[in-house]
Design a protein around this ligand. Structure first.
Ligand code: CMP
Length: 140
């Protein structure tokens, strides 16, 4: 089915100057960028985005990392976009990520892991709405 998913290029990957390389992977896989922005998140924005992880031991470090520099946030649209994007990213821990995935190629650790992607269609809708008003998502 035609889906949308929320994708974030994290501060480590922005610092490595691989925004374009990562966008190219999305495009070559048939995912279209339908919303996009660069943003230096506030602590409050990062905490709100990752609220589901509030009780996890890594929450504070995750938030500090996500506000350590600007990120690039996009909504991607395509057939099976949620799963397709997760396959392009590879496993959360780059040590477990398959060769050729974004995390295998660009991530350094489970914390600095280059990209975020929605884990379900339901969360994708919540996450896209968190960062983009409906008028900033361009169906195409
Ligand atoms: P992300 O997909 O952005 O969702 C939450 C993030 O928490 C995850 O990627 C990792 O970067 C980070 N994280 C740190 N430790 C863990 C862990 N043990 N399990 C899952 N995520 C972790």
């Amino acid at each position: 089915a035609l889906e949308r998913t929320l994708s974030i290029i994290k501060p480590d990957a922005v610092a490595k100057n691989v925004i374009g390389e990562i966008y190219t992977r999305f495009e070559k896989a048939g995912l279209k960028v339908v919303a996009s922005k660069m943003k230096h998140l506030s602590k409050q924005e990062a905490e709100g985005f990752y609220a589901v992880h509030r009780e996890r031991p890594f929450f504070a470090a995750l938030v500090e990392f996500m506000i350590s520099g600007p990120v690039v946030i996009q909504a991607l649209q395509g057939e099976n976009a949620v799963l397709k994007h997760r396959e392009l990213m590879g496993a959360t821990n780059p040590k477990d990520a398959a060769p050729g995935t974004i995390r295998a190629d660009f991530a350094d650790s489970i914390d600095a892991n280059a990209v975020h992607g929605s884990d379900s269609l339901e969360n994708a809708a919540i996450e896209i709405a968190y960062f983009f008003p409906g008028t900033d998502v361009y169906a195409r």
